[in-house]
Design a protein around this ligand. Structure first.
Ligand code: 6J7
Length: 481
């Protein structure tokens, strides 16, 4: 890698010329945008970073606070990520990019060990530094509340929304239908005179017959407006007319995970793990924001151009807040958790349950509780996962993970305890999984498929044109859409 190594790095000062040359040889450069998580607390870490341009914030979970608290800001020449490498522990803090176009020099674990190993003084210095950080962490529990980091990810989304905010509806040209449902259709649309494409979800207002359905539509809009994650489909803006309400969403041209699974019958473990990893990133983000998703299934997972999974369809998602429950019955029979069926009140644990069901379906092609009669499916669900025969195809580790996710008692479920989703990420099935690489889209997706451009919809099924005349619906429930 040919980079100009002009950053003054205190850590490397004093390193003999030939050693410095070795270090420079193994550096990669990575780029981050404001608000992006470079490191997440609690995850496995395999990389060490030196800031070459820009700024990052360090935040950390602190006793007595629901949200991680800001510790410090780091700038050019500062470094981070050594602690997990030296202590062989998980990441001990979050590192969030605080300036657009932040550049970091990145060293992987092997090169880091070589680099440190070749230089005793550096080794001793780092050990001491890591011990100092741990002492600070212990003291930090007594710190007063510091201001929250503004969600810069939300700022990024705002920029994108701005771009289409003044767009007249007529500027959108339909290219093809990507999907059909009870609500209407999802069309692939492009901007006139430009190649930029979007997915336009067109909801027929006459199909929205009660206030509950209206609430779901508003909920989808509101939650998508508040979220900004690469693992969640992005909403750019909404439109409405006499017949429809519309959500202008990012196009995911890799197709539906459901279609891919149908065509492949089942996934091998690395593919299932990759998909589950993307879903966990989305859940981690949503649950941290106090949002429960409640509709996980392969039909609601889309693949982007790189074959990364994005969560779509937020009609059942709800912000419940941490420690709160909700009682609305929703979901899909095969994926619904027992406490939802029993109307006992449910929370984030319902998502953990559905994740266990998803892993089972990805590895076998079928969910563990299945059938054409929902009542029979619910009965099976209530009997629990222990009554299900696991096909041999499910290995020991995913078998154990599924059982820990599908505990009848929601408080016993992995991912629904104090540390949340991170506990699932730490499960043996993910041992060695490169979470940072996933978040930074550095992993090659096993589901990446060829695309001929932003208008290539060949990974979607074909749908007949809509011949039905859509009546007006003028009651006005959608006036705020
Ligand atoms: Br910089 C920095 N300051 C701290 C600190 O006070 N406590 C902890 N635990 N970590 C700090 N960090 C960096 C350090 O490089 O944040 C990184 C998070 O990942 C940590 O290394 P890591 O545990 O691998």
């Amino acid at each position: 890698m040919n980079i100009c190594f002009s950053v003054s790095v205190s850590l490397l000062r004093g390193l003999p010329e030939e050693k410095l040359a070795k270090v420079v040889d193994c550096l990669e450069v990575d780029y981050f945008e404001k608000g992006e998580y470079i490191i997440r607390e609690g995850e496995e870490g395999n990389t060490f970073f030196i800031i070459a341009k820009g700024e990052v914030i360090v935040t950390q979970s602190t006793e007595g606070f629901n949200e991680p608290q800001e510790i410090k800001t780091l700038g050019v020449g500062d470094y981070f990520g050594e602690k997990a490498l030296i202590s062989e522990d998980v990441r001990s803090a979050n590192i969030i990019c605080n300036e657009s176009e932040t550049h970091c020099l990145v060293v992987d674990r092997d090169n880091f060990n070589q680099m440190v190993g070749t230089y005793e003084e550096l080794q001793a210095y780092l050990k001491e530094y890591v011990e100092e950080l741990s002492r600070n962490d212990e003291r930090r529990h007594a710190l007063p509340h510091s201001p929250q980091v503004d969600s810069a990810e939300a700022q990024e989304l705002r920029k994108l929304r701005e771009k289409v905010s003044l767009l007249p509806f007529q500027e959108l040209k339909v290219i093809a239908t990507l999907g059909m449902g009870g609500f209407g259709r999802v069309e692939l649309v492009k901007l006139k005179n430009e190649d930029t494409t979007f997915a336009l979800k067109c909801i027929k207002k006459k199909h929205i017959v009660d206030t509950r359905q209206q609430e779901h539509i508003y909920s989808e809009k509101n939650i998508l407006q508040q979220t900004n994650s690469v693992f969640i489909i992005r909403l750019f803006r909404t439109f409405r007319d006499d017949k429809f309400v519309y959500l202008l969403l990012e196009a995911c041209l890799g197709g539906e995970l459901w279609t891919v699974l149908r065509d492949m019958c089942y996934f091998d473990e690395p593919t299932a793990r990759f998909c589950t990893g993307c879903v966990l990133e989305a859940f981690d983000y949503l649950h941290t924001m106090g949002i429960v998703y409640r509709d996980l299934k392969p039909e609601n997972l889309l693949l982007d151009a790189e074959g990364y999974v994005k969560m779509a369809d937020f009609g059942f998602a709800k912000r419940i807040g941490l420690g709160k429950k909700t009682w609305t019955f929703c979901g899909t029979p095969e994926y619904v958790a027992p406490e939802v069926i029993m109307n006992k009140g449910h929370d984030f644990g319902a998502d953990c349950w559905s994740l266990g069901i998803l892993i089972f379906e990805l590895l076998t092609g079928n969910p563990p509780f299945a059938g054409s009669d929902p009542i029979k499916v619910y009965t099976m669900v209530l009997h629990g996962i222990e009554k299900v025969d696991f096909p041999k195809r499910i290995g020991k580790r995913p078998d154990e993970l599924i059982r820990r996710l599908c505990k009848l008692n929601p408080v016993e479920r992995l991912g629904n305890k104090k540390n949340g989703i991170i506990e699932i990420k730490k499960h043996k099935w993910f041992q060695g999984f490169n979470w940072e690489g996933l978040r930074r889209h550095k992993l090659l997706s096993p589901l990446r498929r060829e695309l001929k451009g932003p208008m290539d919809h060949s990974h979607f099924d074909m749908f007949p044109p809509d011949t039905e005349e859509t009546p007006d619906e003028l009651s006005g429930w959608d006036k705020d859409f």
